[in-house]
Design a protein around this ligand. Structure first.
Ligand code: AHG
Ligand code: MN
Ligand code: MN
Length: 341
């Protein structure tokens, strides 16, 4: 036999999966490959963070009042340019742009899809060499092709997503995506510049022993969440240990670890922030889709499935509880004791 190294690349897997959609014209596949190219460009830049002048703030604040990092803007521009070039999208809703970005060239006006994205998630971690990510979510537009996309194209329930994914720029760079046929992961092989298949059908454990939450906010949490945290901290009779607390502060990285090992991520509502912090369109919905496709689940802690929430604003926030099925169920159980109610 001839010795060879032939990993399955992202494009090859996308082509395989495309055959499951007999009417697909390959447009979605093309879009995913363009996202991967932009991810490689952003990855290169992130790797050089300490060497070139891209760390730190950009003296700018986004619509959510958050200081933009230089890399937030670089990632945003890179993804927009790369994705626009496909002509498949009518427009984009991004964390870093106040309004939707409409593509009005002839090709894009006929684009069938729209995309929501968090170009750089966990960006305050970039200055300290901690994992960050990119999150995206794709919908079929509802307005007629040939016209400019409108806000309602973006305000669709998460159940309508046709694809979603993230890139994690970590100790290795990975892309994890779903088109509704399971959650698939790829690792960037820097020597050949390709995302290579890691796991075709990821399965998250139904139970886990890791909880991820910013406990600094403890005093402001609802009673149900406080009770759940006490439950996590109780010593388990079998293992003689409580659950482990792990919190990076990059949603993508915290979620990725829990997806692999089993665990739960919580960003609940508080009195001062009754809608939590994370954004429904470009953080919670795509992560919820990936979680569900891997056997996990995602709710708002008040019994509502994240993907069934009808959005009213592109930057809307939502309380977010995601991870292993039985752990999320347990949180809901604690929360329901205090429903008011
Ligand atoms: P972003 O960098 O896109 O604004 O997202 C940061 C988010 C998310 O990644 C993370 O889970 C959360 O903010 C952390 O918030 P706290 O610092 O309040 O814990
Ligand atoms: Mn984010
Ligand atoms: Mn961001």
């Amino acid at each position: 036999m001839r010795p060879s190294y032939h990993p399955l690349t992202l494009n090859e897997v996308i082509i395989q999966q495309q055959s499951a959609f007999p009417y697909a014209k390959g447009e979605l596949s093309q879009l995913l490959s363009h996202i991967a190219v932009a991810a490689k460009v952003v990855n290169k830049k992130i790797n050089k963070a300490g060497l070139v002048d891209i760390t730190g703030g950009a003296d700018n604040v986004n619509i959510q009042g958050e200081a933009q990092q230089k890399l937030d803007i670089f990632a945003n521009n890179t993804f927009i340019a790369s994705i626009k070039a496909t002509g498949i999208l009518g427009g984009i809703a991004s964390e870093e742009d106040d309004e939707i970005v409409i593509f009005d060239d002839d090709l894009s006006l006929n684009g069938k899809y729209v995309l929501c994205m968090d170009p750089l998630d966990g960006s305050s971690n970039i200055d300290v060499n901690v994992s960050v990510g990119t999150i995206f979510s794709i919908y079929r537009r509802i307005s007629p092709p040939g016209t400019k996309v409108v806000i309602d194209d973006f305000l669709q329930e998460g159940t309508k997503q046709v694809a979603a994914g993230y890139i994690i720029y970590g100790s290795s760079t990975m892309m994890v995506y779903t088109t509704g046929l399971g959650t698939t992961s790829f690792t960037l092989d820097p020597s050949i510049g390709e995302f290579c298949l890691t796991e075709k059908f990821m399965e998250t454990p139904e139970d886990g022993k890791i909880y991820s939450i910013n406990e600094g906010n403890y005093a402001k949490f609802p009673r149900g969440i406080k009770d759940y945290l006490k439950y996590c901290q109780k010593v388990d009779e079998k293992t003689n240990r409580p659950y482990s607390s792990r919190y990076i502060g990059s949603l993508v990285a915290d979620f990725h670890r829990n997806l692999m090992k089993g665990g739960i991520f919580l960003y609940p509502k508080t009195e001062s922030n009754p809608k939590g912090k994370l954004r429904l369109l470009y953080e919670c919905n795509p992560i919820a889709f990936l979680a569900e496709q891997a056997g996990g689940t995602a709710t708002d802690g008040d019994g509502n499935r994240i993907m069934e929430i009808k959005p009213t604003d592109i930057h809307q926030r939502v309380p977010f509880i995601v991870g292993s099925k039985n752990m999320v169920r347990k949180v809901e159980e604690f929360m329901s004791k205090y429903y008011e109610k």
